[in-house]
Design a protein around this ligand. Structure first.
Ligand code: SAM
Length: 377
């Protein structure tokens, strides 16, 4: 069985995600705007859901159909055999997005034509009306409308893949796990050198770093029933179990040290709990401290600081002074380190007075942020 799949991600990450996909055995990997397309055999299909750190979702292509009018959409979409794919009892959600140069049909109309087509398929082949609810739907049917064509797919991840299953709620500005993984990937972190997050908050970056360091699959903690593919008729439970077992046995001992600190003891205990949930607490050294009054924890390594956001935290806007101080810390105390900061794009980043080796723009929720990477000599 060969699946045609695609994984959406921020546009800046398509090459890195493409490389991740190729590394786990995905084939015919190509990139588009905010998406990576690939093919996978059944084992790689399951492995992709378990092991990709940068993918937001994974969707399985059912069919690409012509979509010049609502009538054509209904007529072509009703021929897809949804009745062979999932049970009529399951709630189904339908999402339609359009790309550049989409076409004349409104996306909400495409959505209702897809719903009608699914109903028609079940009524015609099974003589039943499928569940009309979309509440907590385990089946997600997606339409991507571009150039008068509609790619119909099923979302096999169900919940977004940034929801790893280890998070502890309570921090006002937690980073998305996939964004934390992206920062580590941009900084080329492979677990072989010391890693330090001096403003760790709820611990997302250090836990993602520890997962890389011990080669823990990022979605290993997601509970049974959490993936969309588990609700499809062709779900191969024994192969999925064997993919999980292989991933567990590929874990390795830490080769270096990970340090996490925060000025707030409350946030530090959240970070500890997060790491415990991920089974990685013993791999991270935690301390409560003010970064600006601290010493470097190792001779060299990688530091990533997701500095506080004025718009999202009950704190002051990041001013120039704060960034000047940050730059001074890096220059004076972090020689031999690669230091990166993730900050809102509109903060006065020049005040850090260092020339970044890399600059990448992301969205953290709705906030545009920049990752600046400095090699300190
Ligand atoms: C944007 S949050 C980090 C969120 C984190 N990446 C997460 O996923 O939860 C910034 C953190 O910096 C901490 N912080 C602010 N000033 C600090 C300082 N001078 N030293 C250490 N931590 C500081 C705050 O307590 C806050 O938890």
């Amino acid at each position: 069985m060969q699946y045609k799949l695609f994984a959406p991600c921020p546009d800046e990450l398509t090459d890195l995600l493409g490389a991740e996909i190729a590394a786990i055995g995905g084939t015919n990997v190509t990139t588009g705007y905010c998406v990576v397309y690939f093919e996978a055999d059944e084992e790689v299909y399951y492995k992709a859901h378990l092991c990709l750190r940068l993918a937001g979702r994974i969707c399985r292509v059912l069919k690409e159909i012509p979509a010049q009018s609502p009538r054509i959409i209904f007529d072509k979409a009703r021929r897809i055999r949804y009745d062979n794919l999932f049970s009529p009892d399951l709630p189904i959600s339908i999402q339609v997005a359009s790309g550049q140069r989409s076409g004349k049909v409104e996306t909400h109309l495409i959505g209702s034509k897809l719903r009608e087509a699914i109903n028609d398929c079940f009524e015609h082949h099974k003589n039943v009306k499928p569940n009309q609810s979309s509440y907590k739907a385990p089946i997600g049917i997606n339409g991507f409308y571009q150039k008068d064509r509609l790619m119909v797919s099923v979302d096999t991840s169900n919940e977004s893949l940034h929801r790893r299953g280890y998070r502890v709620e309570g921090h006002p500005a937690p980073l998305k796990e996939t964004l934390a993984a992206a920062c580590l990937a941009v900084c080329e972190y492979d677990g072989s050198i010391p890693f330090y997050d001096p403003m760790c908050g709820s611990g997302t970056i250090v836990v993602e770093a520890a997962q890389v360091a011990v080669n823990q699959a990022p979605l290993i903690h997601r509970e049974k029933g959490g993936f969309g593919f588990e609700y499809l008729a062709d779900f191969n439970a024994s192969l999925w179990q064997s993919v999980r077992t292989k991933a567990r046995s590929a874990e390795r001992p830490m080769q270096s040290t990970i340090f996490a600190s925060d000025i707030s003891p409350d946030f530090l205990s959240l970070a500890r709990q997060t790491a415990t949930n991920a089974g990685l607490e013993s791999n991270i050294q935690f301390s409560t401290q003010d970064f600006f009054k601290s010493e470097k924890p190792a001779e060299s390594g990688l530091l990533i600081a997701n500095i506080p956001y004025g718009v999202r935290m009950d704190e002051k806007e990041i001013g120039e002074e704060y960034l000047v101080e940050m730059g001074e810390m890096f220059k004076n105390k972090y020689k031999g380190w690669r230091c990166a900061i993730l900050a809102p794009s509109d903060s006065p980043l020049k005040a850090i007075r260092l020339k970044p080796q890399k600059k990448v723009q992301f969205l953290n929720g709705t906030v545009p942020v920049k990752l600046l990477v400095f090699d300190i000599f």
